[in-house]
Design a protein around this ligand. Structure first.
Ligand code: TYD
Length: 144
C-alpha cells in the first residue's frame, strides 16, 4: 500500500510481524523505510474532545511520517493544487507528509494515539500557520 496521494504525500506500508495471539510488531528505520534521517519523534494522546483538530499548518522544510498507533483519524491535505481527505487507521501504515503541504487532523476515534517522526528539530520558523502565508510560500512552485 505504498500509495501516492499527491505530490509530497503518500502512504507507506511497514512490516507487521506476529499474530493475533502474541500480538504484532512493526518496525521502521531511518533512511530505509523512513525516507529521511529521523531528528525528532513526538506523540499525541489523551485527546479529551474528539471534535478538536490538530494543526492546521504547513512546513517549509520538515518531512514527517504520521502513524495512528491506536484508533483512526482523518487527515486533511492540501498542496495548493489538490485537496484530499484520507483516513489513517492501521498502526503499520504511515502517512508521509512532506514540506509545503497544508494539513490538519480531525474526526478522531476514542483513545487515538499518533506517533510522528520528523526530519528536523522543532523550529517555529519552519511553520506556516496562516493559509495565505502558505499560499505565498508555495506560489513560485506553480510558475511555468
Ligand atoms: P502545536 O504545533 O500547537 O501542535 P499542533 O500542530 O498539533 O496543533 O504544538 C503544541 C505545543 O508543542 C507547542 O507549544 C509547541 C510544542 N512542540 C514542541 O515543543 N516540539 C515539537 O516537536 C512539536 C511538534 C510541538
Amino acid at each position: 500500500m505504498n500509495g501516492k496521494i499527491f505530490e509530497n504525500c503518500y502512504f507507506l506500508e511497514f512490516p507487521k510481524y506476529g499474530d493475533n495471539k502474541r500480538g504484532f510488531l512493526t518496525v521502521f528505520e531511518e533512511n530505509k523505510n523512513i525516507p529521511f534521517k529521523i531528528k525528532r519523534v513526538y506523540y499525541i494522546y489523551e485527546i479529551g474532545d474528539l471534535t478538536q483538530i490538530r494543526g492546521p499548518h504547513g512546513h517549509k522544510k520538515t518531512e514527517q511520517v504520521f502513524f495512528n498507533l491506536n484508533g483512526r483519524a482523518t487527515y486533511y491535505l492540501d498542496n495548493g493544487k489538490e485537496k484530499k481527505e484520507i483516513v489513517l487507521d492501521k498502526p503499520n501504515i504511515g502517512l508521509y507528509i512532506g514540506p509545503k503541504v497544508w494539513h490538519y487532523i480531525k474526526n478522531y476515534s476514542k483513545n487515538i494515539v499518533f506517533l510522528v517522526v520528523a526530519s528536523t528539530f522543532y523550529e517555529e520558523s519552519d511553520y506556516l500557520r496562516n493559509y495565505d502565508d502558505f499560499l505565498d510560500f508555495i506560489k513560485d512552485d506553480f510558475r511555468i
